[in-house]
Write a protein that binds this ligand. Sequence first.
Ligand code: SF4
Ligand code: SF4
Length: 387
Amino acid sequence: MFRLDLTGLENRIAERQEQLILGADEHKKVGYLCSYTPLELISAAGVSHIRLFKAGDTHTVASGEQITQSVFCDFTKSILGAFKEEDPLYTSLDKVYTFYTCDCIKTVGEAIGEFFAPADIYTLPRIKDKPSSRDFYSSQILSFKADLEQLSGNIITEGELRLQIRQYNEVRKLLTQISELRKRPNPPLSGKDYLDLVKAFYYLPAEELLPLYQGIYDKLAAVPVREDRTIRLFMAGGIIADGDRKLLELIEDELGARIVAEDHCTGLKIASGHIDEEGDPYRALAEGYIDQTPCARMKPLQERVEISGALATEYQADGVLYAYLKFCPCYGQIKNEFFRHYQQLGIPVLELPIDYSKSDQGQLKTRLEAFIEVLRERKGLAAVGSA
Ligand code: SF4
Ligand code: SF4
C-alpha cells in the first residue's frame, strides 16, 4: 500500500517555528485564533502569521484552566495554558487577533490581551446572509487592515493584496484537489495525512505552500486506483487541534478504518472559501470568508448541517464520527440537528465527546471498535478475526 511520507513537511514546519521564535525574519509576527481571520490581508501587510491551535498536554490544559473556568473547551484552555507556560512560539508574537465567533474564543482573546500580549478582537456577525451582516464584516475587515498597517509600518497596496488573494485561492484549490483524491475506493492518503497537510497551511506562507502542495498532489494522483473495501469514515464536529491525533491514530493505525473526509474547523473546511479576484478586494474578502463552510455558530444552522451531509455522501462514508470537545457550546448543543440529518441520509453516526486527556483512551477504543464492526456488517464484510 502507498504511504505518503510527510517527514520533510514536518521538518519544514518545525524549522519555520524555530525561525519565528528566534526572530530570524524581520517581519512582525501575529497569531490568530479562528478560521474567519483573512490571512490574505495579514500577508499583504508583510506580517508573518501562525494559527494558535496547539493541543495542550494535561499540565498545559490545567494551567489554562486557572485563567478560564472549568466549563471552557480544552482547545481554549490549551491556548491560554501555552501562554502561561511561556511556550516560546506564542510568547514571541507581537500581537494576537481574533474574530469573535464563539464565547470561549472571545474570552481567550480578552485574557491574552489582559495577561500576555497585545490583542484585538473583531466581530463576526452570526446571520451570514443578511446584507447588513456583510456590510458590518466588511467594515471590520477595513479596521483590521488599518491595525495591521499600524503594527507593521507598511501600507497594504491593492496590488499586493490581489496577489495574496490569487495565491491563497490557488492554495485552497490544491487542498481541494488533494482531498478529492480521497473519493477513490483506495484513498492515497490517510485522514491524518490530510490534517498534517492542512497544518502546514497554518504555519507556512502561501508562496511556499503552492509548490509544496503541487508536488504532493502530483505524487498522490499517480497512485493507481484499485478496489478497496476498507471502512470509510467521515469526521464531523468542532476542531481537531495541532497534536490532537488520538482519535485518528486509534481509527487508522489500530482499527484499520479510514477517515476519508472531515468538516471540522481544521480540515477540508479551510479549502472551502474562494475570494473573488475582481472588484473591491476588501468586500471580496468579507464575502469569501463569510461564505466558507460555516462554523456551527453561524445562522442558518440548516445550511451547515446540509453541507455536512452532502460531504459525507460525496465521499461515500460508511459512517460519521461526530467528535466535539466537551463543553463546546457550538457543536455540543446543536448535535441533534446533525444526527437527525445523517440518519435521514441513512448514514450511521457515533457521538464522541472528547478532551485532551489520555484517560478515556480505552473507552474510546471500545466504542469505536463496536461502531466499525456494525459498519462492516452493513457492508457485508466478515467480522474482524473471523475465519
Ligand atoms: S470552530 Fe468556529 S469558533 Fe471555533 S475556531 Fe473554528 S470557526 Fe472559530
Ligand atoms: S467552537 Fe467549540 S471547540 Fe471551537 S473554540 Fe468554541 S467552544 Fe471551543
